[in-house]
Write a protein that binds this ligand. Structure first.
Ligand SMILES: [Cu+2]
Length: 156
């Protein structure tokens, strides 16, 4: 009996350790472009909120168009009708933006696609530190066909 318990404990430890190691490996991945961390930390401290919602039978980002400055942060909130996500159109973002987004977006499902946010009032946040100025078009993967698309304008 004692051996069995010990074996189970070791198995549990091995599982937990494996997950942790995976997460650490993800976080430790160097940002694309190889910029030192200090250079990537040029943030303004300004945080903008965008709701992801089902309102009047319409899936939408609110506001659908948002203008921010380089270095600002945008916080998307799953207000209703989720799951939602934030997925940029690779061909509708400025040159060089994909590398910056790839490094700035946590838990990506694709090169410039954020994870599904399933929790009510769950949040997905992206820092646009060092992001190229310009127009970024994005959408929600589950609701793209239903018109859930938006525009982010980043000013220098
Ligand atoms: Cu959606």
């Amino acid at each position: 009996m004692r051996h069995l318990i010990a074996a189970l404990a070791i198995a549990a430890l091995a599982c937990g350790g494996g997950e942790k190691a995976g997460q650490q490996a993800q976080q430790a991945a160097p940002p694309a472009g190889g910029q030192p961390a200090a250079a990537a930390a040029t943030t303004t401290g300004t945080v903008h909120e965008v709701k992801m919602e089902l309102k009047d039978n319409k899936y939408q980002f609110d506001p659908a168009t948002l203008t921010i400055k380089v270095g600002d942060t945008v916080k998307w909130i799953n207000a209703s009708g989720g799951p939602h996500n934030v997925s940029f159109y690779p061909d509708k973002i400025p040159a060089g933006a994909a590398d910056v987004l790839g490094a700035a977006m946590a838990n990506r499902m694709g090169p410039v696609a954020g994870p599904l946010i399933t929790d009510s009032l769950g949040v997905y946040q992206i820092s646009f530190a060092n992001a190229p100025a310009g127009t970024y078009n994005y959408y929600c993967i589950p609701h793209e066909a239903l018109g859930m698309k938006a525009t982010l304008i980043i000013q220098p």
